[in-house]
Structures are given as C-alpha cells and as structure tokens.
Design a protein around this ligand. Structure first.
Ligand SMILES: Cc1cc2nc3c(=O)[nH]c(=O)nc-3n(C[C@H](O)[C@H](O)[C@H](O)COP(=O)(O)OP(=O)(O)OC[C@H]3O[C@@H](n4cnc5c(N)ncnc54)[C@H](O)[C@@H]3O)c2cc1C
Length: 460
C-alpha cells in the first residue's frame, strides 16, 4: 500500500484547497511545501513589527452569502467553510485612468455602464451586448484558444475602450502578451466587472491559518520546509516523490501546483520549456506613509489601473521596468475598514525578468532604487505627491517572485499555455493552480477543488 492516497506539491492556495477537498473525503493526503510557511504567491512577512501581505490587493468574485451559485460561495461549500462567518469588506470603488479618459467601477456593474455612457456614449449599447455575450459564454468547457481582442472587436468599435476594459483583466490574470484567451477573458470579466473586489476582514495570515486548520481537522498532513526534488515513477505512472533530504514517499497520485515547467523538470515530462514559461512578471513597491500624508488625488479609490500612453501594451518591457502603465492599490480602502496609520499603498509595474536576473547584487539594488523612482514619478502624476515622510518602503521584483514560489521566470500568471483538464503525460500526475488555468486567489482555490473532484474523487 502506498504511504498516501495523494501527495500535493506546494501549499499555495490551490494546494491548500485541493488538500482540504481530498482529505474531507477520507483520502490520506500529504501536502509538501518548500517554504517555512504556506501561501505561495499570496503570503505575508513581518517588517518593523507589521504584517505585510505579499500579494493581496483584493480578492475577486465578490458575492453576498445568499447568492448560492456564485463561485465564491460554491468554493466555500466545497471546502465546508462557513461563508457566514467569513467577514468580508467590499471595495469602495476603483478606476481605470487613460490619457483624457477615466472609468470608475464598483461591485455594482451599473456604475461601469453609466461611466461608459459618459465617456463613450456612442458605444454604450454595444457594451450592453458585450456584457450579455460574456454572461452567455461557457469558459469552463475546454475549447481551442480564441482571441479576446477579436471577440471584443465584434462588439466595440472603440480601441481605447477596448484597452481600458482589458487593462484590469490582463494585469490581474493574463499570462499571454498583448492578447488574452477568450475563456480567461470571460472568467476575469465576470470576476472583476460583474462580481467585483473585496477583502477579508482579517489578513491573509488568518485566512491561511483557517485553511490549514480545516485541512488538519480532516486528517491532512502538512510538511513545511520540505522541497520536493523529484517526482518518481516508471512508464506512464508516477509512484511518489523524492525529497531534498533523500526521503522517498509513495503515493497513489500526485498533484502538482508548482506550474508546468517546474512539474516537467521534477518528473522528466519532455517539454519545450520556453513555450511554457510566461513572460509577464512585475515589480511591486509597498509604501507606508503617515495617514495625514495620504494621497490627495483619488485617495479614496480602492484600486487605480493606469495607462499613460496612447495605446496600452501588455507585454514584457524591453527595459527593466515599464512605468508607463500599472496598478496603484490602497489596501486599506475597503468599505467598513478602519483607516490605519500609517497608510499603505502598493504600485505594480510590468518588469523584465531577464534584466533583473542578470544584474549583480550591487546593480540589482541600484536598479530597484532607480526604477522605483521612475515608477513613483509616474504615480505622482495620478495621485499627487505621496512620498513625504515615508515610514517604510519595500520592493519585490521578478527575481523575488521566482525565489519564493519557484514560478519560472517569475511569471505570476504562469504559462501562457494552460492545461485546463489538469492532465499530464503521466496517468496519475495532475496539475492544479496557476497553470491549470484559473487565476487569482479565488481562481487558484477553485482550480485545486475542481481537479480533485474531476480526477481524484471520481468514485464518490
Ligand atoms: C504581487 C502579487 C500580487 C497579487 N495580487 C493578487 C490579488 O490581489 N488578488 C488575487 O486574487 N490574486 C493576486 N495574486 C495572484 C495570486 O496570488 C495567485 O494567482 C495564487 O495565489 C496562485 O496560487 P497557486 O497555488 O496556483 O500557486 P503558488 O502560490 O505559486 O503556490 C505554489 C507553491 O508551491 C511551492 N513549491 C514550488 N516548488 C516546490 C517544490 N519543489 N517543493 C515543494 N513546494 C514547492 C511554492 O513555494 C508555493 O508555495 C497576486 C500575485 C502576486 C505575485
């Protein structure tokens, strides 16, 4: 008999959700995580006695508890977590800012429609038809790739509006450059424009604690600081994993949440690696300023998506950073949350992994300072000066993301080619999480649950 029914590699959000789902149905599950804490891309650290979240700008897919079929509530039911006890705070409101145009949106889709009527009156009815088509499209049945830009072009004759709608959806969930798979576009459109942003009352730490506690209650075992070195097996089946310590653990099935390139490397799955390594990565700056110096312009928004060029170009920049577009997030600006002093803001810009990776230690630190300053210059034009009396500032780059998550090339959204059915060339090795295709916190968790349901609980 194998040591475990299921070994899961990676205790990010997809691994934790998959673990709870499988353990809940009586499977002996072992969850292996290379780091000292779970969470993966969405984790936390302490600086100057403060807890800072690594990822969380906002969770997508908001739904009140009574909306039974909403993805968020379905997810909670599948994990036997109480949605009533999970206190959430909706966004105050966000904005897309382009040269000479801006669109506000909130968790009430009517606001976006009203804003489009104000800025693009000629196409507001076309936008209505686009929304109906998005609602009618089934993005969950695996289908050949279709272009989201081509789909949008059938409804909207306005390239600027097209780019304004694409910016939030791409920066929060697109592994491709310039275009987006239609299924992914529909998932993100619903998650952001039709359902919307929220955050939990507590921090990501409490959310991770809740997930780990639920996993362990069902009998799951979590081992931290336990990197998997190899997925072992013969022929078209795997038999378990070998740890960095040399220990071998046998399992009836293995679920990997570390991405397609990482899984291929560990298992010997022959793969054209460069086709599966995403090119989109980011630099993120976290800044804390005294509350009395919070930004004066747009300081009430939750998230601002900005582009300063005539055309929005979602691609890896030629230089180390592209300050011309990005995201400004105020993680304290959610309805009903007390304003904390200091005030926190986070800025995200597209970054070039190769240039950050090639830098010497000294150059790397200098690049962080110089590109950080260029990014701040641009951000100031949108929210006003915010850099008086900075209490604390930290930046992470594509290299940091790669180091902490093992995502090849620091690609937050993983491979541009997704494995939607979760299958690999090995009959009992499966993929969940970012490279299966659902992105973001809620998406990653849905991915873990879906793959366990489809491949590992078939006999329930
Ligand atoms: C800066 C940033 C901001 C973000 N903001 C948001 C946001 O506001 N809202 C949102 O919804 N999403 C956000 N995301 C995206 C979200 O965090 C991810 O989509 C989601 O967490 C991915 O989860 P995952 O389980 O698929 O992968 P991961 O989180 O990458 O988990 C994989 C895990 O596997 C572990 N691992 C890798 N290799 C091994 C090995 N050999 N052995 C053992 N363990 C291994 C890693 O350490 C990691 O813990 C953000 C991401 C980043 C980087």
């Amino acid at each position: 008999m194998a040591d475990y029914h299921l070994v899961i590699i990676g205790a990010g959000l997809s691994g934790l959700a998959a673990g709870i789902r499988a353990a809940r149905f009586g499977r002996r599950v072992l969850l292996l995580e290379q780091h000292w804490q779970p969470g993966g891309l969405n984790s936390f650290y302490f600086r100057q006695g403060r807890l800072l979240e690594t990822g969380l700008h906002a969770m997508t897919n908001f739904a009140p508890p009574r909306v039974k079929h909403a993805p968020l509530n379905r997810l909670f039911r599948q994990l036997k977590l109480s949605r009533q006890e999970f206190q959430t705070h909706e966004q105050i409101g966000s904005e897309v800012v382009f040269p000479g145009k801006s669109l506000r949106f909130s968790n009430d889709p009517a606001l976006l429609t009203a804003e489009i009527a104000r800025e693009f009156p000629a196409v507001v009815d076309d936008f209505g038809r686009l929304v109906e088509a998005v609602k009618a499209y089934d993005p969950f049945t695996p289908a050949p790739r279709r272009s989201a830009r081509e789909f949008l072009g059938r409804f909207l004759q306005s390239p600027v509006l097209t780019d304004m709608l694409l910016l939030p959806l791409m920066v929060y969930g697109n592994a491709e450059e310039e275009d987006m798979d239609l299924g992914q576009f529909v998932i993100m459109f619903r998650a952001i424009f039709l359902e919307g942003f929220f955050r939990p009352q507590a921090t990501i730490k409490e959310f991770l604690d809740l997930l780990v506690a639920r996993f362990e209650e069902y009998g799951g075992e979590l081992r931290l600081r336990t990197p998997v070195l190899k997925i072992v097996g013969a022929g078209d089946r795997v038999s378990g994993v070998r740890l960095a310590s040399g220990e071998e653990i046998s399992a009836e099935a293995v679920l990997s949440t570390i991405g397609i390139p990482g899984t291929a490397e560990l298992s010997g799955w022959p793969l054209d690696r460069s086709a599966y390594c995403g090119r989109m990565s980011f630099m993120e700056t976290i800044t804390l300023v005294p509350l009395r110096y919070r930004p004066v312009l747009r300081g009430e928004r939750t998230i601002i998506f900005f582009n300063t060029r005539a055309k929005f170009s979602y691609r890896r920049p030629q230089q180390a950073l592209d300050p011309s577009w990005g995201v400004i997030c105020f993680p304290g600006n959610f309805q009903g949350l007390p304003q904390l002093d200091p005030f926190q803001l986070r800025v995200t810009n597209a970054a070039n992994y190769e240039l950050w990776k090639a830098a010497s230690q000294e150059e790397y630190l200098r690049m962080k300072e110089e590109w950080g300053a260029q990014s701040a210059d641009q951000v100031r034009k949108i929210i006003g000066n915010y850099q008086q009396n900075i209490v604390y500032e930290d930046r992470f780059t594509p290299v940091t993301i790669e180091r902490f998550t093992a995502k090849a090339w620091g690609a937050v959204y993983g491979s541009p080619i997704k494995q939607k059915d979760g299958r690999t060339p090995f009959a009992n090795l499966f993929i969940a999480g970012t490279d299966q295709g659902y992105l973001g916190i809620v998406g990653a968790m849905l991915s873990g649950v879906t793959i366990v349901n489809q491949h590992l609980l078939q006999h329930e």
